[in-house]
Every structure is written in C-alpha cells, then in structure tokens.
Design a protein around this ligand. Structure first.
Ligand SMILES: [Zn+2]
Ligand SMILES: [Zn+2]
Length: 171
C-alpha cells in the first residue's frame, strides 16, 4: 500500500472511531461562524430528517421526471453496449452479432435467492452489476433471443442439438 492510501485509510478509521467528537466539533464550528441574522440552529430528530429527505427526493423526482427517465434510459443503453462488447459481441451459440438481438444469459439459471441481491439480477440492474463486478464469466454469456428462448422453452437450443448429433455422427 502506498503512503497516500495508507493515510486515507487511517483518516477514515479515525473518523469512524471519533464520530461523536467530530459531530460536536462541526456543531461548534457552525455556531461560531453562523451569520448573525440566521435564527437558532434547527435540530431535527432522525425521523424528521428521514422524512425531509424523502420529501425532497419525491419533489425532485416529480420536477425532473422527464429528464431523469431519459437519463436512466440512456444509461441503460450505454451499459448494455459496454456489457455486450465485453462479452464478445456475438451470440456464443450461433454467432448472431446484431446488438438488438443480444442479451446476457445465465448459464446455470439465476440464483433462487431474494430478488436483486448478489448475481440474482435482471435487466438494467444486472448490466450495471456486471460492469461493477468486472464482467464475471462463470455464470454469464451472450446469447441471441432465438437461442435464449429455445433454451428457455425446450431446454436445449436446436443449434446445440444439431452440433451434438453431428458430433455423434462423426464418431
Ligand atoms: Zn444465437
Ligand atoms: Zn443456438
């Protein structure tokens, strides 16, 4: 570990150990420097603070709904492109390479654990998760919708069945 990182870690630990002290220090600093026309410091209870932040989030979402939704769609498109590229850009079964047809396939099915945890994710959450986790290959591969649906409905893709039969015939 380099020195800078070490000090960062040390500072973080110190802050964690001295939370109360820091709080008191910041409060005093605020009271000392607060502009004279400001009324007394309002102290919210934790419940009130939570309620305030919830209200602010709701308001913010309502005011910026269009923009936020568009941002989310753009982000998902970008993430999808990144993930597809990272997993080879074509269907691992038939070689289809049109991005619109491609999707990530769980090789051994999804975990049956609670939704949204670990690698039990779907859709935009899954793409973001794959990027964050540097594209794990053990349970994910790229499939086109044809191969994916065939596997989901019939357990095996016709391409795979043909390949198996050819292999048997060649023996
Ligand atoms: Zn395919
Ligand atoms: Zn196939």
């Amino acid at each position: 570990m380099c020195t800078k990182e070490y000090y960062k870690l040390y500072a973080r630990r110190w802050r964690a150990r001295n939370k109360e002290h820091l709080k008191e220090y910041r409060r005093k600093l605020y009271l000392k420097n607060r502009p004279p026309d400001r009324p007394r410091l309002i102290v919210y209870t934790p419940e009130q603070r939570l309620e305030n932040s919830k209200r602010w989030k709701r308001e913010h979402y309502r005011k910026n709904k269009e923009r936020l939704c568009q941002q989310a769609r753009d982000r998902h498109k970008r993430n999808r492109a990144i993930v597809i590229e990272a997993y080879g850009g074509k269907c691992t079964c038939c070689g289809e390479s049109t991005p619109e047809f491609l999707a990530i396939d769980h090789i051994n099915g999804r975990d049956k654990g609670p939704r949204g945890q670990g690698d039990n994710k779907l859709g935009f959450q899954m793409y973001a998760w794959l990027i964050r986790n540097k594209f794990p290959k053990h349970n994910y591969r790229l499939h086109c919708s044809n191969c994916n649906n065939a596997r989901a409905w019939f357990g095996i893709c016709p391409h795979e069945r043909d390949r198996n039969q050819n292999a048997i015939a060649a023996d």
